[in-house]
Design a protein around this ligand. Structure first.
Ligand SMILES: [Zn+2]
Length: 421
């Protein structure tokens, strides 16, 4: 097939059980949701077709759901659905608030799935798991519950307060074997942890699972050099859990028995695909062919870990990474690097333009002007691709300091501004 073909392809083959599950989700959608019945009708799909035809053929007749359509669905769910026990909302960096309703069974399936993912990361009955966040509500509680379901020795949530010295001491005392956290918090913890101060220092834990953001490669390297195995978790607020990195440490396995992935070719960049998701886990608010927006690369080779589910390199939403001359630099990891030497993580805007070469401008509040040198050093050391482009003269890196009001005055604040046209 030509690269310009816009037909979504399945990320990998599906087994009989998954296909049966898909058929039952399609039937549920037809019977219980006006939102979906209209979509089926528009595509000329009857309940009879759902029962008789191959479920993938039926699914792929439906139009994709855009994030902007999500409000219609969640409003219908709010007024008609029974047995809703939980609701998750997200603000996101752009667009409207996303709302996801869950029944008790949805919640249970979610915990089972998370437990399955922790098992992929090799977590087992001997492990003691610390889930560290600034405000460990919602997601972290679910995550800790799933470790309990897996049957680990212990799993608990820790709140990382403003005083990181105390957090470091708590982790030393509790000596978890697995640490689950967000990369920016892991960085803050590492900046104070005693084991990072010497070449042979070892943390109490031997595994880190990170969630929520991309991890700067320097952070990963520091952890790996200290004997820690690092696993990236993949999820989205609209769908919850999607996948996890395995012991091969190349890409994320998306588990197709829980969510079916279709990959849409990217019109601008033929090396990338766009993820489209159909959820099999969520019965209160199922998603059929939801355009997640994440840009991914499919690793076609079978994984040495033996898991048959497809492996993706997940780059994130277009506003989550910057593409410079073929290199993809994560906005989240850039932000973490910028604020590595600051007292707290603040705002960042990235402007990219092209003169004779590419120019990457970091727009930052003038409150951190005094650490400009450290900011630049930290960014370059954290992003080897960026360092290479700078060294070879393909890229210029600059910093512009502005009044902090700049980041809050504009309601449509864009984290990345691309002037290259
Ligand atoms: Zn694998």
């Amino acid at each position: 097939m030509a690269e310009t073909d816009q037909t979504p392809r399945l990320a990998g083959p599906l087994n009989r059980e998954t296909l049966d599950n898909l058929r039952s989700v399609l039937t549920l959608c037809w019977k219980s949701f006006e939102f979906y019945r209209l979509r089926f009708e528009e595509s000329g799909v009857s309940l009879l077709d759902i029962n008789a035809d191959d479920p993938i053929t039926t699914l792929q007749k439906l139009a994709l759901i855009e994030p902007a359509d999500l409000g219609h669905l969640s409003r219908e769910v709010a007024t008609t659905a029974e047995g809703i026990v939980d609701v998750e909302t997200s603000s996101g960096t752009t667009g409207q608030r996303k709302v996801r309703y869950m029944t008790y069974e949805d919640d249970q399936r979610e915990h089972e799935f998370l437990a399955e993912l922790w098992a992929v990361a090799g977590v087992g009955p001997e492990d003691r798991v610390a889930c560290l966040d600034t405000d460990p509500v919602n997601l972290m509680v679910s995550i800790a519950k799933a470790f309990d379901l897996l049957g680990v020795a212990e799993a608990y949530c820790l709140s990382a307060g403003a005083n990181f010295n105390r957090t470091v001491q708590t982790i030393e005392n509790l000596a978890p074997t697995v640490l689950v956290s967000v990369p920016s918090i892991i960085e803050r913890y590492m900046s104070k942890a005693p084991w990072t101060q010497s070449d042979h220092g070892r943390p109490p834990f031997s595994k880190v699972i990170y969630i929520g953001e991309s991890m700067p490669s320097t952070t990963r390297r520091t952890l790996e050099n200290a004997g820690v195995e690092v696993f990236g978790y993949y999820g989205a607020s609209e769908t919850s859990a999607l996948g996890i990195e395995c012991s091969a440490h190349e890409g994320i396995h998306v588990i197709q028995s829980r969510n079916i992935f279709e990959l849409l070719p990217n019109r601008v960049d033929p090396t990338l695909r766009e993820a489209v998701v159909t959820t099999l886990n969520q019965r209160a608010q199922p998603l059929l062919r939801y355009r997640l927006g994440d840009q991914v690369k499919l690793l076609p080779e079978p994984c040495p870990c033996g898991i048959p589910d497809p492996r993706l390199i997940v780059l994130g939403k277009p506003d989550e990474f910057i593409s410079v001359l073929g290199s993809k630099i994560g906005y989240g990891s850039l932000k973490t690097s910028v604020y590595r030497n600051a007292d707290e993580v603040g705002p960042l805007q990235v402007a990219i333009s092209r003169t004779t070469i590419e120019v990457l401008d970091l727009i930052l509040p003038d409150t951190i002007k005094r650490i400009e040198k450290e900011v630049l050093e930290s960014v370059v050391s954290a992003e080897p691709d960026l360092a290479f482009l700078l060294d070879s003269g393909f890229l210029k890196l600059s910093v512009t300091f502005v009044d902090p009001g700049h980041f809050f005055s504009d309601r449509k604040f864009k984290p990345i501004i691309d002037h290259r046209g």
